[in-house]
Design a protein around this ligand. Structure first.
Ligand code: ADP
Length: 417
C-alpha cells in the first residue's frame, strides 16, 4: 500500500508533470529522430517491440512505438493499467524483467495479456535537472535474461533519445525568444511612433500659428510646447531603455555615476508630473521624513519611479488614487535604506505571473493589449535598482492592485551578484 502510493506520487509529482508538458512532446506526431532509435533497438537487441514512452498522470504516450499490436500502434498510447514504464518513472531506475508473469510488481499488469509483454527492459528518460519523463524500453514476447551488454546498448539509446528531446526543447525555446524579440521590436517601434506623431503634429500647428502670430495665441503656444516637451521626454526614456538593453546585449553594463539626491523631492516632482498627465488619477506622496538623501544616479532612479508611476496609472483604467510613500529604515552597520513604494488600486497581476514580472519583454496575462506596452520597463527598473545595490519587490492581487517597493542603500554599495 505505502510502496504503491509512493510510486504513484512520483508519477503524479506536479513538477515532473510540468517538466513533461514543457517538452511539448505529448500527443505530438511521430518523428523520424525517435523512430530511428527504436528501430536500432529492435535490430541490435533482436526484440519485437521498442518504445519511447512518456508517462503522464493517467497514460503512457509513445513518441515512438515499433512493433506494438493494434489498436495500440495507432492510438500511440495506453492507460497506466497497461504500463510497465510508470515503474521506471516512479523509481528513476532501470526496470529489468525476465518474466513479467512471475514478477511481483507487474504480474497483474494488463500489458501482459493485451500487449503480449513477457520480458521487459526500460531505462528512465531523465532531464538535465533530474525529472524522469518516461522510459526507453524494449519488450519480448517470451522470457529473456537481459545481458549487461544489451542493457548497456539500451542505456546508450535512451541517452540519445534524451539528447533529442532536450535539443528539440532548446530549439523551441530559441524560436520563442526570437518571436518575443520580434514582437517587442514591433511594439517598441509602435511606442516610439506615437509620441513622435504627436511631436510632429504639434510642431506643424505651432508653425502655422507662429506664422500669423497674434498675442492671444501665446498661451496656446506655451501649451503646445509643453506637449512637445513631455512627448520628447517620453521618447527619451524609451530610447534610453532600448539603448541599455542593446548595450547589455553586447555585454556592456551601463556605467553608474552617483550623486547625493533627495528622494522625497524626486518623488514629489515625478508624482506631480504624472498627476498632471492623468486628471482621472490622484497621485499623492506621503513622506515619513522631510528628506531622504541617497547616493544615486538621479536620472536613472527618476526613470525607475517614472516607470512605476506610469504603470500604476496605465494599469488602473478606472482612475483612483496612486500613492507614493518615501521612508528611511536603518539597518545597523549597513547604513540603512531609502524605501520608496508605489501603490495602486488597479487591475493587479495574476499570482501565476508574479515570478516572471521583472523578466524582459514579459507582460502579465491580464495586461490589456491595446494599452501599449513592451514589457521592458520593469526589467529596466530592476536592473537600475540592482546596479545601485538595492532591491525591488512586488506585492499584488489580481483585481485589487499592486505595490512596488524599491529599497536603495543610503551608503553606496556594489551591485549584488
Ligand atoms: P509594459 O510596457 O508592458 O507596461 P513593464 O515592464 O513596465 O512593461 O511591465 C511589465 C508587465 O507588468 C506589464 O505588461 C503589466 O502586465 C504588468 N504590470 C506592471 N505594473 C503593473 C501595475 N501597476 N498593475 C498591474 N500590472 C502591472
Amino acid at each position: 500500500m505505502t510502496v504503491a502510493s509512493t510510486a504513484a506520487d512520483h508519477v503524479r509529482d506536479p513538477e515532473r508533470l510540468a517538466a513533461l508538458h514543457r517538452t511539448a512532446l505529448l500527443d505530438s506526431p511521430a518523428d523520424v529522430a525517435f523512430d530511428r532509435l527504436t528501430r536500432l533497438a529492435t535490430r541490435i537487441l533482436d526484440v519485437p517491440v521498442a518504445l519511447v514512452s512518456l508517462v503522464d498522470e493517467e497514460r503512457q504516450f509513445f513518441k515512438s512505438c515499433l512493433g506494438l499490436p493494434e489498436p495500440w500502434a495507432s492510438a500511440r498510447e495506453t492507460p497506466l493499467s497497461h504500463s510497465f514504464c510508470q515503474h521506471a518513472v516512479a523509481s528513476g531506475q532501470p526496470l529489468v524483467i525476465e518474466d513479467a508473469r512471475l514478477h511481483p510488481l507487474v504480474r497483474d499488469n494488463l500489458a501482459i495479456p493485451d500487449l503480449g509483454v513477457v520480458a521487459y527492459a526500460g531505462i528512465p528518460l531523465v532531464t538535465a535537472d533530474g525529472y524522469v519523463l518516461g522510459s526507453f524500453c524494449v519488450i519480448d514476447h517470451q522470457p529473456r535474461a537481459w545481458t549487461d551488454w544489451e542493457l548497456a546498448v539500451l542505456t546508450d539509446l535512451a541517452a540519445s533519445a534524451m539528447t533529442a528531446i532536450e535539443r528539440q526543447a532548446a530549439v523551441r525555446e530559441a524560436e520563442a525568444a526570437v518571436r518575443a524579440r520580434d514582437e517587442f521590436l514591433l511594439s517598441a517601434s509602435h511606442d516610439l511612433k506615437t509620441p513622435l506623431a504627436t511631436i510632429k503634429g504639434q510642431a506643424q500647428l505651432l508653425r502655422r500659428r507662429a506664422s500669423r502670430a497674434a498675442n492671444d495665441d501665446v498661451a496656446r503656444l506655451v501649451h503646445g510646447i509643453g506637449v512637445i516637451e513631455a512627448n520628447a521626454a517620453r521618447m527619451a526614456v524609451l530610447i534610453d531603455e532600448l539603448l541599455d538593453i542593446a548595450r547589455l546585449e553586447i555585454g556592456q553594463e551601463p556605467e553608474l555615476r552617483r550623486e547625493p539626491a533627495d528622494l522625497v523631492a524626486l518623488a514629489r516632482e515625478c508624482a506631480a508630473e504624472h498627476g498632471e498627465k492623468s486628471p482621472r488619477h490622484e497621485v499623492r506622496v506621503e513622506a515619513a521624513v522631510e528628506e531622504v538623501v541617497a547616493p544615486v544616479n538621479r536620472s536613472r532612479v527618476e526613470r525607475v519611479l517614472a516607470n512605476l508611476l506610469a504603470n500604476a496609472v496605465k494599469y488602473s483604467p478606472d482612475g483612483g488614487e496612486v500613492l507614493v510613500t518615501v521612508d528611511r529604515v536603518s539597518d545597523g552597520e549597513a547604513g540603512g535604506w531609502a524605501v520608496l513604494a508605489v501603490r495602486d488600486r488597479g487591475i493587479g497581476i495574476p499570482a501565476a505571473d508574479l515570478p516572471r514580472i521583472f523578466e524582459p519583454f514579459f507582460r502579465a496575462t491580464n495586461a490589456p493589449t491595446p494599452a501599449g506596452g513592451s514589457g521592458i520597463g520593469l526589467a529596466g527598473a530592476k536592473r537600475i535598482v540592482e546596479q545601485h545595490g538595492g532591491t525591488i519587490a512586488i506585492e499584488s492581487r489580481e483585481g485589487e492592485g499592486s505595490v512596488f517597493t524599491v529599497r536603495l542603500p543610503l551608503v553606496p554599495r556594489v551591485a549584488a551578484g
